[in-house]
Design a protein around this ligand. Structure first.
Ligand code: 0A1
Ligand code: ZN
Length: 855
């Protein structure tokens, strides 16, 4: 990387912009190769200083101040200009070429449609502007084009043949700007707010996709009603538009009044989308909608505060999904995700605080730490202050900061002022990177149980010393005969070491039970994002799997058992899966358990999780041995549990017409989990039948997955392709599944063959991810000792980098765990990373990532 592009930005260097923007007017004359953008921006001096406007890749045609032509000094990053010391009108005309914009930032084209992505710093590729989130202004937009549908933010003002005008009265930062123009179809609905205003809702799609918009609209209406009910937040424009686009770097974007979605996260029908897709769509629609208040009306002062909007909005969408579906199932899924993917980031070379303090490229900080750990931190705050104070503090935050660009300090001040609590120590959750280790040691004297809790956080890049955190530890006690003797209690740990004592004699007596050593259920409901170190015997874990009243810990107990057996198997140690299998059998026959929960219990830790567990225990993981262990375990489960699995499989068959609700999804998930195991015993008979009869995507993909995981399914794959070749979203699944299920020896070959497929449109991020990205997800294939996958992956990354640096940089995280492997793999991985780092012309995005990974 050259020095200019590797310049770091620091939180501590924050300075407000010297001018206020009172009003922005933009005119777009759209054309693929030469779009003209005319801007009229009213500036009013505040502190003043050097007048600098961001701008990248723009051809400046003309500029004027108060009608008089000026000649600014233009660089690669923007322009500077002499400006008067009074309010003035800036006018400029620039030319851009959306058709050549393959990076998908700024104004670009997808299937003949114009669309934009401005977060984080894309607006500067559209026109010269102070492109920073703390500059907020109302926008007027005029679009001129022959295309039939012309959309922008806010409310429609007027339109005629070849033009349309929009006005967004709510001051917003430029990253929330959006424009869409294309030959699109609308599927419409409406929502009446609690104050009685009728909002026109529309989902805009390509012709032919109209019948897949119903779920998005249902989800949108449910989100609008939920935000009114739970947070008192009402929508504030007369229209709410959603557009589906095939070429998109991320999932979706919350542009004011004009959300733009990756089409994979809007379009759904039972035939083409799985239950997972339906759930994801519901959650992402909600997420983007909730941003209207947490992100848009109240936004971030600077990009270091990204978690202010993302952590809070993810937390809100998690609450929503918990309410719409099953709260315990959602909590388990979120806890599992943090524990595998966020802990991996937090314990590797890319670790950074929830609120980072420096970056080179902000796009590299849209991470699982900022989003998901950010949401955990918000959730801890909610649990610490309780529901009433939570709601009061959120109300205060909205009231105080509506129309402002604020910081994490402002967010916490609303809680301090509502509750009187000192949140100084809590602030460390935002500033300290790394996952705290929390150990629990038990001491039992026949009467009293003494728990010693200790915390420490290992060093992370740039942060050697860590101070103790405020850790809410939810604890419960169970009597060994089954009943709970101490209901969940929160210990607010603030010191490196704390001791808690329980008078178990008294607790047992109160419950009418004989005094016995209780079983401890610690960190219930995953009460803090920490790694729990608590030595419990397989017997205790099997007990918790059966009796814990806390669903998360019930699941966690099962996970601990299967993890222990699998890591032992993968290292040739003494594996005793007995307790796990017995516990599982009991869970599968427990009729009080929700099928979704049974399905979760049946799932094994991912191969990557197992690799991390081994690395945590100081061993170099061998992904091939892990794959063999998982397969041996699946065989073992299928063999010992065959009758139970068969019963569950049959009981969940034929659930009637597909409805994407939680109950149906739970049954189908259990059905597929049983099918995958039973396929190991019946030569694929059931899976083939299921595939042939399937009338929904969850069933066909479940059956296909089961077949591919035993090396069968050739004909079915071909049939699937023949049926769905014209459907890009389904074809993404077809591509991904083959790579995911390929044997370790064949994975790279399979991926390579798929890149020759006529439909491998590698510049479309969804397709690139479905093949190349999935290869990294096939751990045994990716880390095959031949090193073929490393080379193949790196070659594609380098091919993508100049075209779409943002997506390339994100994919490079496939290498973030390189240090956990043995010397040979490490050497190859390092050489691969060094090869990428040394490539001439490497983007700032990928350059930063690779440099951080190499440390
Ligand atoms: N703010 C969006 C996600 C998003 C972020 C960055 C993007 O490009 C760099 C695009 C979308 C959200 O949280 O949904
Ligand atoms: Zn978001």
């Amino acid at each position: 990387m050259n020095e200019a592009i590797s310049r770091k930005v620091y939180l501590n260097d924050y300075k407000p912009f010297g001018w206020e923007v009172e009003q922005v007017s933009l005119t777009f004359r759209l054309s693929p190769r030469g779009t003209r953008v005319l801007s009229r921006i009213a500036f009013r001096p505040r502190e003043g200083g050097r007048f600098f406007l961001h701008g990248e890749g723009l051809r400046l045609i003309s500029a004027a101040i108060d009608g008089r032509t000026v000649t600014p000094e233009v660089t690669d990053e923007g322009l500077t200009c002499e400006v008067p010391d009074r309010p003035f009108l800036w006018e400029a005309e620039v030319e851009i070429a959306p058709e050549d914009n393959t990076a998908l930032e700024g104004l670009y084209m997808s299937n003949g449609m114009f669309c934009t992505q401005c977060e984080a710093e894309g607006f500067r590729r559209i026109t010269f502007y102070p492109d920073r989130p703390d500059v907020m202004a109302p926008f007027r937009v005029r679009i001129e084009s022959d295309l039939p549908v012309l959309l922008s933010n806010g409310d429609p003002v007027a339109s005629g043949k070849g033009w349309a005008e929009w006005h967004d009265p709510w001051p917003k930062p430029a990253y929330l700007f959006a424009l869409v123009a294309g030959d699109l179809r609308a599927v419409r609905d409406s929502f009446t707010t609690r104050s009685g205003r009728e909002i026109d809702l529309a989902v805009w799609v390509r012709e032919g996709d109209e019948d897949r918009c119903g779920w998005a609209l249902e989800s949108l209406k449910a989100s609008m009603a939920w935000d009114e009910r739970e947070y008192g937040r009402e929508y504030d424009l007369s229209v709410f538009n959603i557009v589906a686009v095939d070429d998109f770097n991320a999932g979706a974007m919350e542009n004011k009044g004009l959300n733009i979605f990756n089409s994979a996260l809007v379009l759904a029908s039972p035939e083409t989308a799985t239950d997972r897709d339906f759930e994801r769509i519901e959650a992402v629609i909600a997420h983007e909608y909730f941003h209207n208040w947490t992100g848009n009306r109240v936004t971030c002062r600077d990009w270091f505060q990204l978690c202010l909007k993302e952590g809070l909005t993810v937390y809100r969408d998690q609450q929503f999904t918990g309410d719409m579906r099953s709260a315990p199932v959602k909590r388990i899924e979120d806890a599992a995700m943090i524990r595998s993917r966020q802990f991996r980031e937090d314990n590797g070379p890319l670790a950074h605080p929830v609120r980072p303090e420096e970056f080179i490229e902000i796009n590299n900080f849209y991470t699982i730490t900022v989003y998901e750990k950010g949401a955990e931190v918000v959730g801890m705050l909610h649990r610490l202050v309780g529901q009433n104070a939570w709601r009061a503090a959120c109300d205060l935050y909205f009231e105080r900061h509506d129309g402002q660009a604020v910081t994490i300090e402002d967010w916490l001040a609303a809680f301090r002022d509502t509750t009187g609590r000192n949140l100084t120590q809590f602030m460390r959750w935002y500033s300290q990177a790394g996952t705290p280790r929390l150990s629990v040691a038990e001491d039992w004297d026949g009467q009293t149980l003494t728990l010693t809790l200790r915390q420490h956080t290992p060093p992370t890049p740039g942060q050697q010393e860590k101070a103790p955190q405020l850790i809410p530890v939810a604890l419960g006690l169970l009597h060994p005969s089954g009943p709970e003797i101490l209901r969940t209690q929160i210990v607010e740990m603030t010191e490196p070491e704390e001791v808690v004592r329980y008078d178990v004699g008294a607790l047992c007596k109160a419950a009418g039970l004989k005094t016995e050593r209780p079983v401890v259920s610690a960190l219930r409901n995953f009460s803090a994002p920490v790694m729990l170190e608590h030595d419990q015997s397989p017997k205790e874990r099997a007990f918790l799997l059966r009796h814990d009243t806390d669903p998360v810990n019930r699941w966690e107990a099962g996970r601990a058992l299967s993890r222990a057996a699998l890591t032992a198997m993968a290292t040739g140690g003494d594996a005793d899966p007995q307790a796990w299998l017995e516990g599982l059998e009991a869970a599968l026959t427990d009729e009080t358990l929700d099928p979704a929960m049974q399905s979760l219990l049946l799932s094994l830790p991912s191969e990557d999780d197992l690799a991390q567990s081994l690395a945590d225990a100081g061993e170099a993981p061998d992904p091939l041995a892990i794959r063999h262990a998982v397969e041996a375990m699946q065989d073992h489960m299928a063999e010992t549990l065959e009758p139970v699995l068969t019963r569950a499989f049959e009981a969940t068959a034929g659930t009637g017409p597909f409805r994407p609700d939680a109950a149906g999804a739970g049954r189908r998930s259990l059905h597929n989990a049983c099918l995958t195991l039973l396929t190991r015993r019946d030569e694929g008979t059931r899976a083939r039948e299921t595939f042939a009869r399937a009338d929904n995507m969850t069933a066909s993909l479940g059956a296909l997955n089961a077949l591919l995981s035993v090396g069968a399914g050739k004909d079915e794959l071909a049939a699937f392709e023949a049926r769905w070749q014209h459907d890009r979203l389904v074809m993404d699944k077809w591509f991904a599944l083959q790579v995911m299920r390929a044997s370790p020896e064949q994975a790279t070959e399979v991926a390579e063959r798929l890149t020759q497929h006529p439909q491998f449109a590698w510049k479309t991020p969804n397709r690139f991810r479905s093949v190349i990205g999935t290869l990294a997800g096939n751990a045994a294939g990716f880390h095959h000792p031949s090193g073929a996958a490393y080379d193949f992956f790196a070659d594609w990354l380098l091919k993508l980098d100049p075209v779409n640096p943002q997506t390339a940089a994100r994919m490079s995280t496939a290498f973030e765990t390189w240090r956990r492997y043995g010397p040979e793999r490490q050497a190859r991985l390092r050489a691969t990373l060094e090869r990428i780092a040394a490539s001439p012309g490497l983007s700032r995005d990928t350059g930063e990532m690779v440099a951080r990974m190499l440390g």
